[in-house]
Write a protein that binds this ligand. Structure first.
Ligand SMILES: [Zn+2]
Length: 268
């Protein structure tokens, strides 16, 4: 051991030693093609991890939440967190995301590789809500201008539950840990964006092949245009890809619902 006797209390030293013993046992990896039900994700077996390819992560994050004060505007701040987070969880749930979690002032959802367009329409639906309903309401109540930013990435993940086994029903000491690029990269793509921009990695963008997702519906002047702008991220060491793409548009007031429905059909 590099930690010396007397450097930290014995009961913490024994915790560290125990974890190093588990670490030294190595890890075994089981491959899955789809995100398993959360109850199936291992916790008791200390060495087991699941590996799932091509998982899509949609990360939505409140922009400017640090300007909300829990001390000075308790009700407005509570309302902002609740409206933003609950709506995100509920939309991802309706879109059949196999895994959803709340992280800080954001929410992420994981989708399987055969749910490309479900991931996309859930992001645009949340973006439309955030821009037209959430931001103006919070500004009216608190005078704070918050916003929403969203990122999507897709790649292999490793998962297991980490923490203490459930005791007396309390679940706050454990959580699923999703190691790998998608959750990290989606969060970082979100942080790259300004309000109402949806940023995606090039590897996810390449899967969005249909014209309905690449081009606008043409409103208001029957002028169909490419919706996506390219962003060079080679200089940015946070990313393991070269290009990101972003859109700013919400669902069209006339054609949004039709586009939504025809896009989710493409997953089948
Ligand atoms: Zn339209």
């Amino acid at each position: 051991m590099n930690i010396q006797d007397g450097q930290i209390p014995d009961y913490l030293l024994s915790v560290i030693k125990e974890q190093i013993v588990i670490y030294n046992q190595g890890r075994s990896i089981t491959q899955y093609n789809e995100i398993p039900d959360t109850t199936q994700i291992p916790i008791a077996n200390q060495t087991l991890w699941f590996k799932i390819p091509d998982v899509i992560c949609v990360f939505v994050d409140m922009l400017g939440s640090t300007k909300l004060s829990a001390a000075k505007q308790d009700k407005g701040t509570a309302g902002a967190y609740q409206l933003f987070t609950n709506t995100a969880v509920r939309i991802f749930h309706e879109m059949e995301a196999p895994y959803i979690d709340v992280r800080g002032d954001g929410v992420f959802a994981l989708f399987n590789s055969n749910q490309i367009y479900r991931a996309f329409v859930s992001a645009v639906s949340f973006k439309t809500f955030a821009d037209l309903e959430f931001v103006p309401r919070i500004e009216q109540l608190t005078t704070v201008k918050v916003g929403c930013h969203i990122g999507i990435d897709q790649k292999t993940v490793l998962v297991r539950k980490i923490g203490l086994k459930r005791k007396n029903g309390r679940s706050d000491r454990q959580n699923e840990v999703w190691a790998g690029k998608p959750v990290n990269m989606a969060a970082k793509l979100a942080s790259l964006s300004a309000h109402n921009q949806l940023f995606v990695s090039d590897r996810y963008y390449e899967k969005l092949k249909d014209d309905k997702v690449r081009y606008s519906c043409g409103c208001p002047n029957n002028n169909m245009e490419l919706l996506w702008k390219e962003c060079d991220v080679r200089e940015n060491k946070l990313f393991d890809f070269d290009k990101a793409y972003y859109i700013e548009s919400n669902w069209c007031k006339t054609h949004g619902r039709d586009f939504f429905e025809s896009l989710i059909e493409l997953d089948k």
